[in-house]
Design a binder for this molecule. Structure first.
Ligand code: NAD
Length: 260
């Protein structure tokens, strides 16, 4: 489906980003990984994806708060793969606090990683995509790009911003064979979520099932986590030729959360 394509997935050393990177590789794309983590573990992931799918896998340690590092990541990708077809802006962090106590430096960091990095990767990737006459920009936003929850001021603002950026990019590149779309997951099952289940069960003295149903998935009508494989499959579809007319959307993958 994506044979010969080259992809960059930011924040792909774990969770959703890694799931998307694996899915793109399984569909035939060469992939540039990015994110933090232990060097040996990242090297292992890189080798495993290469061995499993017979594609080239690179790694950039670029910190998404640094425009210079982001530029370097795009340059290295073009040098290694000779093209850049698929850009997945996925890196993101969370911090929970009421607005009047929200640490100012956390606000700046979340806006930089969750929103501004996507502006930088997009502006830097577009010249190559325009030259190719093909490009797919996929922004991993959130249900929180469409609706709000208390105490997540920076995250909700950044994710709403990402949905806005998605629409602007889509309009500017609509005639160039390049699309830009946002995926808006509700709760996705990742190691971080798993850690929260046990933590909350202990904290509230309730069962894992109760934590999942009544605490974590309180907003999610289908009462099930999406999987990283489901998000990966959607990314592959959006990156494919079949999705050529889909652009500027913010697609909820949230079990009905934003249907409320
Ligand atoms: P995760 O913590 O498992 O992965 C985050 C990735 O981003 C890691 O690879 C990490 O190293 C990387 N990262 C963090 N800061 C970085 C920086 N400064 N520079 C470069 N890389 C950095 O998280 P996840 O749950 O897989 O989330 C991935 C994305 O999906 C985020 O944007 C998140 O907001 C979004 N999302 C997650 C969920 C969910 O339920 N897990 C739901 C909706 C949206």
């Amino acid at each position: 489906l994506l044979d010969g394509r080259a992809a960059v997935v930011t924040g792909s050393t774990s969770g959703i980003g890694l799931g998307i990177a694996r899915a793109l590789a399984a569909a035939g794309a060469n992939v540039m990984l990015n994110g933090f983590g232990a060097a040996a573990e990242i090297a292992g992931t890189k080798d495993a994806i290469e061995a499993d799918h017979g594609v080239k896998v690179g790694y950039s340690a670029a910190d998404m708060t640094s425009p210079d590092a982001i530029a370097e990541m795009v340059t290295v990708t073009l040098a290694e793969f000779g093209r850049l077809d698929i850009l997945v802006n996925n890196a993101g962090i969370q911090h929970v606090a009421p607005l009047e106590q929200f640490p100012v430096e956390k606000w700046d960091q979340i806006l930089a990683i969750n929103l501004s990095s996507a502006f930088h990767t997009t502006r830097l990737a577009l010249p190559a995509m325009r030259k190719q006459g093909f490009g797919r920009i996929i922004n991993v936003a959130s249900a929180h790009g469409l609706v709000a929850s208390p105490f997540k001021g920076a995250y909700v603002a950044a994710k709403h911003g990402m949905v806005g950026l998605t629409k602007v990019a889509a309009l500017e590149i609509a005639e160039e064979g390049i699309t830009c779309n946002a995926i808006c997951p509700g709760y996705v099952y990742t190691p971080l979520v798993e850690a929260q289940i046990d933590g909350q069960a202990k904290a509230h003295g309730i069962s894992r099932d109760q934590v999942i149903r009544d605490v974590l998935l309180a907003q999610q009508p289908n009462k099930r986590f999406a999987t990283v494989e489901e998000i990966g499959a959607l990314a592959v579809f959006l990156a494919s030729e079949a999705a050529a007319s889909i652009t500027g959307i913010a697609l909820p993958v949230d079990g009905g959360w934003t249907a409320h």
